[in-house]
Design a protein around this ligand. Structure first.
Ligand code: AMP
Length: 216
């Protein structure tokens, strides 16, 4: 099954995509994680992407599309995947449709996680991420056992460069402007389901499973 999970920064799409991916046994592919990994490795892609990411802007399609196409051709994608953060604009969705058509494949569902803006800002500003393994915590909603230390690997918890207050506002503005039209693009193709993203992890997971026909 091929799914796209859409949602504003802070909507929980990364966390939900991981859980849903495990449940329906397809890989979770996050464009943001791929870019952050290239920054960690200091590759040419990472160096270029970082300047955009630090400003809360989208990385240009010339940089991103090739990387995504390559990733989607890896062997673990044979039975499908959940995309998190890609496509993010209508031109990216059109490019993705061409990639699929070139492989005689199709998209099954697009899930759009809906979370009110005040809640998004609260979630993003309190988010802390492990420098080593990338696990996410929240200072008040999901704190680590020991302050500043990852429960899973003992790594240091830091605030992502793009989770600073000023960048959060920029990211939400970019989302509103460029990503919301994507919902209309997929609604017109009858692929879109809107999911209430407020509630426990399990509640949201159940709603997502319901929307994809409970194919768990
Ligand atoms: P995310 O982890 O999905 O919140 O993405 C973090 C940042 O990575 C975004 O603010 C963008 O700068 C960049 N990024 C991730 N996915 C894309 C994409 N599909 N197109 C352009 N930039 C992206």
């Amino acid at each position: 099954m091929r799914l796209v999970l859409m949602g504003a920064p802070g909507s929980g799409k990364g966390t939900q995509a991981k859980v849903l991916g495990k449940r329906i046994k397809v890989p979770h592919i996050s464009s943001g994680d791929i870019l952050r990994e290239s920054i960690r490795r200091n590759s040419a892609l990472g160096v270029e992407a970082k300047t955009y990411m630090d400003r809360g802007e989208l990385v240009p399609d010339e940089v991103l599309l090739g990387v995504m196409e390559e990733r989607l051709q890896e062997s673990d994608c044979g039975h499908g995947y959940i995309l998190d953060g890609f496509p993010r604009t209508v031109p990216q969705a059109e490019a993705f449709r061409t990639m699929l058509a070139n492989h005689a494949a199709h998209l099954d569902h697009v899930l759009w996680l809906q979370v009110p803006t005040v809640e998004l800002v609260r979630r993003l500003s309190g988010r802390r991420t492990c420098k080593e393994c990338g696990s996410s915590y929240h200072l008040s909603l999901d704190p680590p056992k020991k302050s500043g230390v990852c429960d899973k690997c003992g790594g240091q918890l830091i605030q992502r460069d793009d989770d600073s207050e000023e960048t959060i506002v920029a990211r939400l503005t970019v989302y509103e402007k460029q990503t919301t039209p994507l919902a209309e693009f997929y609604r017109a193709q009858h692929l879109l389901s809107e999911i209430n993203g407020v509630g426990s992890l399990d509640d949201v997971l159940e709603r997502m499973l319901g929307a994809i026909g409970g194919n768990a």
